[in-house]
Design a protein. Structure first.
Length: 405
């Protein structure tokens, strides 16, 4: 462990508090998407929005989320994690309230864009603070604990969103997101100190920034892990962004039952984070994701294969998706931590670039789904099947060539 990391661990907050902070910060992502999804068909009808405009409420969030990270990351390297978190979370809470009050779909798209700007700060700083305090292997285990908490929020979010939508309408569901954002802001304000070992005053200078981005983007360790992160989230996002229309509109599932189905995916994801901690210790980060790729490929192949055979049912999608979610629970903690690992002095910038790749991929998928959703299950099942194949190829080729430590 480096001297700066050792000092940070000795003087900084406990692992339990860091894991809780990670759970809350990273958990904003499923809160922002999963809690929102059960309300999406209802708000689409209530606001008279087209399918493409409905997908824009997700696409705008992801566009802002991705672009903002390229700004927040270097700024966090320059002024520290805590100021960026407080600014970003304040913006997130205000934008979430604006979403709940939006009078039309155009204003909702705008509010979701601003919401994405704030969420970008939370995710960038969450990944960076792990690198501030821990070396990559230990950081992967701590990140796995944080993502277990994320999984718990991902369980609660769709169920809560479905219940609120059924009982009080889509505005009530979106108001809950604003309350959660405010609660996370309060926790960070009161309980999380600064974690950056030192400030880099030149981090935002154009020449230095461009040089750092080029060095990070050209690093084969970063590229392999960031690509795995992006592809794994791409598979998950394909399911998330299309599932409310497929389950509710195509298969006739009630919004509250749909929330429970998403919650079951989160349980599988949590199980994956427990498996992750064991496999990282036993096989190392590289070996862990290679094992997980078998789960991922099995889930995607079964789902796509059942569709090709003409089997159209809730369980033909939901059960294979559990295998994909289990693998996702291994891929994400390892790849998010390992991508930032080679850059302790530019952890914010490296985290930002990895996050931008994830968001850009999801943004393109959102645009594609706005055109591809055709009243069948095929965009969801074939989409997840495709990404499961890509994930496995990345894990068994690019990642396999990396050092196993």
């Amino acid at each position: 462990m480096s001297a700066s990391s050792s000092a940070a661990v000795a003087d900084g907050p406990s692992k339990a508090r860091i894991a809780l902070a990670l759970s809350l910060l990273l958990g904003l992502q499923p809160v922002t998407t999963d809690l929102y999804l059960p309300a999406l068909p209802q708000l689409t009808h209530a606001l008279g929005a087209s399918m493409s405009m409905a997908q824009q409420t997700m696409a705008a969030l992801l566009l802002a989320f991705g672009l903002s990270q390229l700004v927040w990351g270097p700024v966090a390297d320059r002024i520290g994690r805590r100021p960026v978190l407080l600014m970003g979370l304040s913006l997130y809470a205000l934008a979430s309230l604006a979403c709940a009050l939006a009078p039309n779909v155009e204003m909702l798209v705008l509010a979701r864009f601003v919401q994405g700007l704030g969420m970008g700060a939370a995710i960038v700083c969450a990944r960076a603070l792990v690198r501030d305090l821990y070396e990559p292997s230990e950081g992967a285990r701590v990140m796995a604990w944080g993502m277990t908490g994320l999984g718990l929020l991902a369980i609660v979010s769709p169920s809560l969103g479905g219940a609120m939508t059924s009982l009080a309408g889509w505005r009530a569901a979106l108001a809950v997101v604003a309350l959660i954002g405010t609660a996370v802001l309060a926790f960070i304000f009161w309980r999380l100190p600064e974690t950056a070992p030192r400030r880099r005053r030149d981090a935002t200078r154009p020449g230095v920034l461009v040089g750092n981005l080029r060095r990070i983007a050209g690093n084969r360790v970063f590229l392999a892990w960031a690509l795995l992160t992006s592809c794994s989230y791409a598979g998950l996002f394909t399911m998330l962004a299309s599932s409310s229309f497929v389950y509710i509109d195509v298969l006739g599932v009630d919004p509250s039952a749909y929330g429970l189905l998403l919650g079951s995916n989160s349980l599988a994801y949590i199980a994956g984070t427990f498996v992750c901690r064991r496999w990282v210790q036993r096989h190392g980060p590289v070996g862990a994701v290679q094992h997980a790729a078998f789960l991922t490929l099995a889930g995607g192949a079964i789902m796509a294969g059942l569709t090709a055979l003409g089997l159209r049912s809730v369980w033909a999608i939901a059960l294979p998706q559990l295998l994909f979610a289990l693998g996702h629970g291994v891929h994400q903690p390892v790849s998010q931590t390992a991508a930032v690992g080679p850059f302790p002095e530019q952890a914010g910038t490296a985290s930002a670039l990895a996050g931008f790749m994830v968001a850009a991929t999801a943004y393109v998928i959102g645009l594609w789904l706005g055109v591809a959703l055709d009243g069948t299950v095929r965009p969801l099942t074939y989409g997840v099947g495709f990404w499961s194949l890509v994930i496995s190829i990345v894990a068994w080729t690019l990642v396999r060539r990396l050092p196993r430590a």
